[in-house]
Write a protein that binds this ligand. Structure first.
Ligand code: HEM
Length: 516
């Protein structure tokens, strides 16, 4: 006997329509009840219409607006779904500060990659496992090394210690000399009207690499692969399928090849920092490839933010009615005072002692303001045990994101937050209060807590040196024939300073003052 299924199914379905409808209804209701119970006490979810995309389109269009709207509706803790991923975001300075404080204690993840729930933690919010996972996914560090917690923690600690203020100062001296040389070389080869990015990016990139690695590092050869790798950073972080990442993975391989080759050959001209961290890797019997993988993390951290900061400081200041005039006045005054006091007979070989010795309140304020204005930092933490935050229930294994930009753009804390105000951080200027209480962490371009930028001491000095040298050597003005203005590239949201889309046309001439 044989059944003709094409005839039997429709009959069965026809006869049991009512039963199927009841089962469907019960399943849907049960799902809804369970879901509602699971959602009970959970941070509110920002409404969206397209299922997988969530709020991605609105976020792409106006991220500041989305976070402002969600904070106004729900308060400072809420969930946003975008591109299939859902995170809880925190937008209040005090709650962010609590999370940073909590996750400052180091945890001991047992097994790291892809097994985030097996965490033996003493704190509520965990970060180390995320850093190690990023080292694997983004910088390509081998899995066996990432699983070896003790050697990873050892090198992280050495790295952290070597970038303390005293360590950073040693690199500043090297940086000053290289920045002076690279700016001079760039000026020799630039037409008098040019794009601001040509003036800033290449000398800032080369000088930082030479300061850390010495001139044996192939800085110029590494620039193109670095740029492509940096472009793909967020896609690598999202761990998209490999075929979508091919271009970025190839660029990363090229950067690792160059770096491995550098470590394979003599490089005595490197900084003490590079020497010390490399030695920890070698002592732990890491391969040269692994050492190179680790250091491309540094190269990315070194280059991705500081260059953008230098660019925006000049670009934003040039667009103010007063231009660069007052900053140049401050720089010239400091340099002249230093010459008077120190009476140098020959050129200071660091090229920057007068900058390190000097006091630059306006320049420092401009740097801080550019960092506040252009940084979009998402500090991510793993919830290591069930907890409540801002009155909402967080589940173990989910992620929370501290959105420090919401604090930077909070009109209660910062006057006219959407405006670039160069004098904002002059001593004695800001009050930084909310609801009558002081907000100590009002500006967090370097993140905070355990994941706080380790290079911040170097970065602040680096920017001061670069801008002071550049403005001592070159006269930069807006090109009156061009109306092109750079805009933020929000596609890089979350990792630090936004790069520009578009550029600024500038007229550049040499100043007669030069430098020391
Ligand atoms: C203006 C320049 C810079 C800015 C705005 C910046 C910003 C940041 C931010 C926002 C983070 C993540 C913080 C968090 O998740 O809470 C970070 C991490 C880091 N930065 Fe920077 N950075 C800058 C320059 C540098 C430099 C020059 C270095 C030097 C090597 C550096 C090394 C690092 C390292 C190693 C980390 C990882 C820390 C960790 O995961 O524990 N950064 N930076």
């Amino acid at each position: 006997m044989s059944f003709d299924l094409s005839k039997t199914y429709p009959i069965l379905i026809e006869r049991n329509k009512a039963l199927i409808a009841i089962i469907g209804f019960l399943a849907f209701t049960t799902y809804k009840i369970i879901d509602r119970r699971n959602q009970y006490g959970r941070p509110p979810l920002l409404k969206y219409t397209i299922p997988w995309l969530g709020s991605a389109i609105e976020l792409g269009r106006d991220p500041d607006g989305v976070f402002k709207k969600a904070t106004a509706i729900f308060g400072p803790v809420f969930r946003i779904k975008a591109a299939g991923k859902e995170f809880t975001y925190i937008t209040a300075a005090d709650i962010i500060s609590n999370i940073y404080r909590d996750a400052k204690v180091r945890s001991r993840p047992i097994a790291i990659i892809y097994t985030r729930l097996t965490i033996d933690c003493i704190q509520t919010f965990e970060y180390t496992s995320i850093r190690i996972e990023m080292a694997h996914i983004i910088f390509g560090m081998s899995k066996h090394l990432c699983d070896d917690m003790s050697s990873m923690e050892h090198i992280f600690k050495a790295h952290h210690d070597a970038l303390n203020p005293a360590g950073a100062l040693k690199i500043h001296h090297r940086y000053g000399a290289f920045a002076y040389e690279c700016i001079q070389n760039t000026l020799d080869n630039l037409p008098s009207t040019t794009k601001l990015s040509y003036l800033i990016k290449s000398p800032a990139y080369d000088a930082a690499l030479y300061a850390f690695f010495g001139k044996t590092y192939p800085a110029q050869e590494s620039y193109d692969p670095f740029k492509i790798f940096d472009e793909g950073f967020i896609m690598l972080q999202m761990n998209l399928p490999r075929f979508m990442l091919r271009k970025y993975l190839n660029a990363r391989e090229k950067l690792i090849d160059l770096t491995e080759n550098y470590f394979a050959n003599p490089h005595e001209d490197c900084s003490e920092f590079t020497h010390d961290v490399e030695e920890v890797g070698r002592d732990a019997k890491w391969s040269l490839r692994d050492i190179a993988n680790f250091f491309i993390g540094d190269i990315w951290a070194l280059q991705s933010n500081a260059i953008q900061a230098a660019y925006w400081i000049i670009a934003l200041q040039l667009q103010k009615p007063e231009g660069l005039g007052k900053i140049i006045e401050e720089i010239d005054m400091q340099r002249n005072n230093w010459i008077k006091d120190n009476n140098p007979i020959t050129q200071d070989e660091t090229c920057c002692q007068w900058i390190l010795d000097g006091s630059f309140p306006l320049l420092t304020s401009v740097i801080q303001e550019a960092l506040r204005y252009c940084a979009v930092v998402f500090s991510i933490r793993l919830v290591a045990k069930e907890t409540t935050l801002g009155g909402y229930r967080l589940r173990k294994g989910e992620y929370v994101i501290c959105n420090t930009r919401s604090v930077h753009m909070d009109g209660d804390i910062h006057n006219n937050p959407t405006e670039f105000i160069p004098e904002r951080y002059l001593p004695g200027t800001g009050k930084y209060t909310k609801n009558g209480r002081t907000v100590p962490n009002h500006s967090m371009p370097f993140g905070g807590g355990i994941s706080m930028c380790e290079g911040r001491h170097f970065a602040m000095g680096e920017l001061k040196i670069f801008i002071a040298l550049l403005l001592s050597i070159a006269n930069i003005e807006l090109d009156p024939t061009s109306s092109e203005r750079p805009q933020f590239n929000w596609a890089h949201m979350g990792t630090g300073l936004l790069p520009p889309i578009g550029d600024l046309s500038v007229c550049v001439t040499r100043r007669s003052t030069g430098t020391l």
